[in-house]
Design a protein around this ligand. Structure first.
Ligand code: PHE
Length: 456
């Protein structure tokens, strides 16, 4: 098969690469702003429950499928199940392409912030209120940045899942974590700390709607890269003697910690510097790119060095995610259509980029793209696609995958792949989560959203 079944080079190879896929803009950019929009507390609690009860079991399931089949998602579903299951693989490919199309746009913003930070470090901090909204509505800047990120992703994917990705993540992830911890500690010395901690950790369920529940669940799938087969692809490279449970647990804990740390940091800064709230009301999607620079340059010792360093790391965190997103569709074209890797990469990247242009121009540059409203309160192509992919495509893909692992894969192969010798109690719990609880939870939520239910 064209997609060489190399294996991760080191013990932590899988954990690092999978964490590289999971930790990305979902944690650093999306989690804080949707938590803000959903009024914190209760949303965070529902998110954590979704991560533990749905995310971890499904992560194990996806890795298991990949390692068992040694194939990318579409052929994997076919080989372990039957032709009837291949649409699940295709749904994942479609979700991956949709997500990649708008993800590249936000990833491009990190390049912009990096350049801006360099300028501020050299000449002093001069951010003006409303500057970010202006940046968003400049179509040409948006397109150039998106194209740059798209080319970088395609270049790496075209070379295959190389040792390069694994080696790079091994250095970059710990550096990112170290900077995040430093940023968090500094933020916690600011006045807004108590208000921020209360906003993030004290639940107020009167704020929750069915839509909010769905969004928390969708975010859990999105942030853990689940429901579209990315972990099936990465799982197909994991060594046979590694524990699927431990690997999945590591990825989940790392991913969730990064999301929470980032969220607490941002909220603290926002509550400490009141004028930031005015700027954010215009574009809470830009939270990461507005709040952190403010802290780097006005509050933090060494911020002039850490500012640019941080945004370069954000770009890398995004890159290790776009690579895994690109790999889902590219590996399919190689496995299924028989294209060479470079051809598969270029064609998929070009198609995805066409989609990206619509999102890139939907932040004010082109009126009709910015105002289209398919889902209530989700204005513009970007918000529409994000809502569609994260809150519908991923949960539905995840639901079908849990049914597949729970009912279709034989118990014998499942137990064997998990490295067990018999059906232990934790195994049974896991199995019944996949068989019944997870599918019911997703279906129940989707049903309530369609009925417009308000849980408050
Ligand atoms: N998990 C990534 C993030 O949080 C996004 C992603 C989703 C990557 C799905 C791959 C697959 O940024």
């Amino acid at each position: 098969m064209a997609l060489g079944r190399g294996h991760w080079g080191s013990r932590f190879g899988f954990v690092l690469a999978a964490a590289g896929s999971a930790v990305g803009l979902g944690n650093l950019w999306k989690f804080p702003y949707i938590t803000w929009e959903n009024n914190g507390g209760a949303f965070v609690l529902v998110y954590l429950a979704a991560v533990a009860l749905l995310g971890l079991p499904l992560m194990m399931g996806e890795i298991l499928i990949g390692r068992r089949a040694q194939q990318s998602p579409v052929p994997a579903f076919e080989m372990l199940g039957s032709k009837r299951w291949t649409p699940v693989g295709w749904l994942g490919v479609a979700a991956g392409a949709v997500i990649l199309s708008y993800y590249l746009v936000i990833a491009g913003w990190s390049l912009w912030s990096f350049a801006q930070c360099i300028g501020w470090s050299l000449h002093g901090y001069t951010a003006k209120e409303g500057a970010f909204t202006q940046f968003l509505s400049s179509g040409s800047i948006q397109l150039v940045l998106t194209a740059a990120f798209s080319i970088a992703t395609a270049l790496i994917v075209s070379r295959g899942i190389s040792r390069g990705i694994e080696k790079a993540t091994m250095v970059l992830m710990p550096v990112l974590l170290a900077i995040l911890i430093y940023v968090l500690i500094t933020a916690l010395t600011m006045d807004g700390r108590d208000q921020a901690l209360a906003a993030v950790f004290v639940p107020d369920f009167s704020q929750m709607t069915a839509e909010g529940f769905l969004e928390a669940m969708g975010q859990a799938f999105f942030s853990l890269s689940l429901g579209l087969g990315a972990m099936i692809v990465y799982g197909s490279y994991i060594n046979k003697d590694e524990s699927i449970f431990k690997s999945a647990l590591w990825v989940v804990v790392l991913d969730t910690s990064v999301a929470l740390m980032t969220c607490v940091t941002m909220f603290t800064i926002i509550f400490s510097i009141p004028e930031l709230q005015n700027d954010l009301s215009g574009s809470s999607v830009g939270m990461l790119f507005i709040t952190l620079p403010k802290m780097f340059y006005t509050q933090m010792p060494g911020g002039a060095v850490l500012g640019p360093a941080f945004f370069i790391l954000v770009a890398f965190a995004a890159l290790s995610s776009t690579i895994s997103l690109g790999e889902v569709s590219t590996s399919l074209m190689i496995d299924r259509v028989g294209w060479s890797r470079p051809k598969a990469t270029v064609v998929t990247a070009a198609v995805v980029f066409l989609g990206s242009t619509l999102s890139a121009l939907s932040f004010g540059a082109v009126g009709s793209l910015s105002s289209i409203e398919v889902f209530a309160n989700k204005q513009g192509v970007f918000a529409t696609l994000d809502h569609l992919a994260a809150n519908y495509m991923l949960p539905i893909g995840g639901l079908l995958t849990t049914l597949f692992v729970g009912w279709k894969l034989g118990r014998k192969s499942t137990i064997e792949e998990l490295g067990l010798s018999r059906e232990t109690v934790p195994f049974k719990i896991w199995l019944w989560i996949l068989r019944v609880f997870a599918p019911m939870a997703v279906l129940y939520l989707l049903f309530n959203v369609f009925m417009g239910k308000d849980f408050s």
